[in-house]
Write a protein that binds this ligand. Structure first.
Ligand SMILES: [Zn+2]
Length: 250
């Protein structure tokens, strides 16, 4: 009787050991085939819109004509965007496009660079506007937008979709005027503080400290009015990529 009991205990023990080995085996195989859920979740891409304004006023043009300023854009910045295939929207004034037609044609050939409207000669639409000359009538405002639409359409073969007010100075009525011409106003965004700033770190901090999913970053295309953006942009792009952001045109 005692012997039979011992045999049963031994059988149960063996059974339990085998069951344990099977369970552990199934667990290990399962773990290998299905890694923990955290490993399966990829960081969801966040989107940032990089935008660059290409300003030109009669005063700036005079500086170019007299040789005081050699260029109102940074070749290095444009080449960086083109070579690295960084999606960007460039808001161009008509007067800038007339001075640099080949640059506009060149940028428009890249599918990830979008050319947009930034008036003809960069006047303020509302006062005050950072010392810019200001226009008041609807007629003048419409002319500023329409003239540039024609210039950019001729150069690029595409009708620009987006519009930005010089100095971002606008009211609701100005927005309606642009909308009537079929333009989408893009004035709300994250200002990079790149105007006249010679220190790239200020710009980098202004952007990185305030960035969020969907941010439209407002910058300039370089030149003496934005002397450090061509250096700052490289760090901004690389840090944002590290944070899981991707870039898109508007
Ligand atoms: Zn501007």
């Amino acid at each position: 009787m005692k012997k039979l009991y011992k045999k049963r205990v031994s059988l149960v023990r063996s059974f339990l050991i085998i069951l344990f080995i099977i369970i552990i085996g199934i667990y290990l195989i399962n773990k290998r085939e299905n890694p923990p859920i955290e490993e399966n979740i990829k960081i969801e891409s966040k989107v940032v819109y990089l935008t660059f304004d290409a300003d030109m006023t009669p005063f700036m043009k005079k500086k170019l004509d007299t040789g005081i300023v050699s260029s109102y854009y940074s070749r290095e910045l444009v080449s960086y965007l083109e070579n690295e295939k960084i999606p960007a929207t460039v808001f161009v004034t008509g007067m800038f496009a007339e001075i640099y037609p080949n640059l506009i044609k060149e940028m428009s050939k890249y599918p990830y660079i979008e050319v947009a409207n930034h008036t003809y000669d960069h006047p303020g639409f509302e006062v005050p506007c950072y010392g810019l000359s200001v226009i008041n009538t609807d007629k003048e405002k419409i002319q500023e937008m329409e003239k540039t639409q024609k210039i950019l359409t001729t150069l690029t073969g595409h009708i620009p979709k987006y519009f930005r007010h010089p100095g971002l100075c606008h009211d609701n009525h100005d927005d309606i005027l642009a909308q009537r011409l079929g333009l989408i106003v893009s004035d709300d965004g994250l200002t990079s503080e790149d105007a006249f700033d010679k220190n790239p770190n200020t710009i980098i901090k202004a952007v990185l400290n305030n960035i969020h999913d969907g941010s439209i970053v407002i910058m300039h295309l370089g030149g003496p009015n934005a002397p450090a953006i061509d250096v700052a942009i490289k760090t901004i792009v690389s840090k944002l990529k590290d944070q899981g952001y991707i870039f898109k045109t508007l």
